[in-house]
Ligand binder design. Structure first.
Ligand code: ADP
Length: 298
């Protein structure tokens, strides 16, 4: 039935077609090409016209892909659990010691200092937990929630949020994205993506530095660049920076989750990210996201 309707259809390709065969489901790619009958009166030759249909059975490939994705996720959950235990362990030990000492501290200024430190350490734990919540959500977005997102507005919002948390840093963020680039995605999580990239860019920048975000639509995808003039990223660290809990920032400042969250958000959108060094130094993150369909001209 599928073959018959495909033979009649206008489409020349059907990708990843799911077909129940007996008790199992198999996956197929179908390709079709029309064959014209030669211009001759011979009845034999006129019977040669029609369609050639190529059927590729992709079931094994599909099952393998699913297994790899699953074990990848298990590995990252394992790494995450080990990292969380380590990251939250330190501030917890610190709070524990402070609380024990408080029993014997009577001087009001000592008590005051201990309370400040307890608050500081709980803030550190809550930052880690907050990032983890985002991280776990980042892995479970549904494609049905994806809509057309105005990229310039999204980056504006992210810049606004970052400036709230990075006040007093003399770094200018410049949004150079025009009104055109639109992507298909989840706006809330794309804002999170840019908040993470911009925060890193500002942290790496020197006072007076600039952070620029540009974008252009190239066919079916949008290429976005987030570029800073900061300390840059060593060649050999380029793969590690996307690992959960990898950070070069002092304890309490970095959680090492920013880029791994960014990575999962991009993966969920079917995009890609890599980092390169601009001629002028600093770091440039290059992202590809699927472009939204063009609006019909009025
Ligand atoms: P965090 O910001 O908490 O350290 P991230 O996963 O966001 O965690 O970043 C990991 C590391 O990658 C940072 O600690 C930093 O060393 C490096 N990094 C990320 N972005 C930049 C950048 N724009 N310039 C220089 N180094 C960067």
């Amino acid at each position: 039935g599928v073959l018959r309707s495909f033979a009649r259809s206008e489409d020349n390709h059907l990708y990843k077609l799911q077909v129940p065969v007996g008790n199992e489901t198999r996956w197929f790619h179908l390709h079709k090409s029309e064959v014209e009958a030669p211009h001759t009166q011979s009845t034999l030759a006129s019977g040669l016209g029609g369609s050639v249909i190529l059927i590729e059975d992709l079931t094994e490939l599909h099952v393998l892909e699913r297994e790899v994705a699953h074990s990848d996720r298990l590995v990252s959950i394992g790494r995450l659990a080990a990292g969380v235990a380590h990251e939250i362990g330190n501030p917890l030990t610190c709070i524990d010691t402070l609380a024990q000492n408080l029993r014997y501290d009577n001087a009001p200024e000592d008590v005051e200092a201990a309370v400040d430190q307890v608050l500081e350490q709980t803030r550190r734990i809550s930052n880690i937990v907050q990032s983890l919540v985002t991280f776990s959500h980042a892995g479970s977005s549904r494609e049905e929630d994806h809509v057309t997102v105005d990229l310039a507005a999204c980056v504006d919002e992210a810049m606004h949020l970052v400036q709230l948390s990075r006040q007093g840093r003399a770094v200018s963020c410049i949004n150079e994205i025009g009104p055109d680039p639109r992507v298909t995605g989840d706006a809330r999580r794309l804002i999170q993506l840019f908040v993470n990239l911009l925060s890193n860019a500002i942290d790496a920048s020197r006072p007076g530095g600039h952070v620029r975000v540009r974008a252009e639509t190239l066919g079916e995808s949008v290429r976005i660049e987030v570029e800073d003039e900061g300390s840059g990223i060593d060649h050999h660290l380029r793969d590690r920076i996307f690992d959960p809990f990898y950070t070069t920032k002092p304890a309490g400042k970095g959680t090492g989750l920013g880029l791994s969250v960014a990575y999962s958000i991009i993966q969920d959108h079917g995009g890609s990210i890599f980092v390169e060094t601009p001629d002028t130094g600093g770091a440039r993150f290059v992202i590809r996201l699927p472009a939204a369909e063009q609006r019909q001209p009025v």
